[in-house]
Design a protein around this ligand. Structure first.
Ligand code: THU
Length: 140
């Protein structure tokens, strides 16, 4: 159930390393066999080197050899102690949308992204988050 994936994203945010922004983000990937792979944002004193939670989770799936098994993603964020507490959901940043596109194109799935907020979550397809995106097909 998608709420379980959202809960996994919220739980993953507890592992955020975000001493500079204090904005804790968790991401959770659902695999086609029901497994969940999670990630949290990982900031850096050289701010621009920060890794987002979605990117961390997808890189983790890649190194586990499970990239092709990803069927859905959940993301939750907010100030420490208030993750998913706002009325409005946080959605993946532009760079993460591009990284999710690689998964969507690779798997030929229009990946649903569940974005958590205080009253549940909103679901967007990757094609809604990144219309007319650049992808592997453009390199052919
Ligand atoms: N962040 C994510 O982890 N994912 C997103 O999609 C948006 C932003 C992180 C990056 C940074 O550590 C903090 O949130 C504030 O921008």
């Amino acid at each position: 159930m998608s709420q379980d994936l959202v809960n996994a994203a919220i739980a993953a945010s507890a592992n955020a390393y975000a001493p500079y922004s204090n904005f804790h983000v968790g991401a959770a990937l659902l695999l086609d066999d029901g497994q969940i792979v999670s990630g949290a944002n990982f900031e850096n004193a050289s701010y621009g080197m920060t890794l987002c939670a979605e990117t961390v989770a997808i890189a983790k799936a890649n190194s586990d050899g499970t990239l092709r098994k990803i069927v859905a993603i959940a993301v939750a964020g907010g100030p420490a102690g208030q993750v998913a507490a706002n009325d409005e959901a946080i959605t993946p940043c532009g760079r993460c949308r591009q990284i999710i596109k690689e998964v969507a194109d690779l798997t030929e799935r229009d990946i649903p992204v569940h974005c958590a907020h205080a009253n549940g979550y909103d679901t967007y397809l990757l094609s809604e988050l990144l219309p007319h995106g650049f992808g592997p097909a453009n390199l052919k």
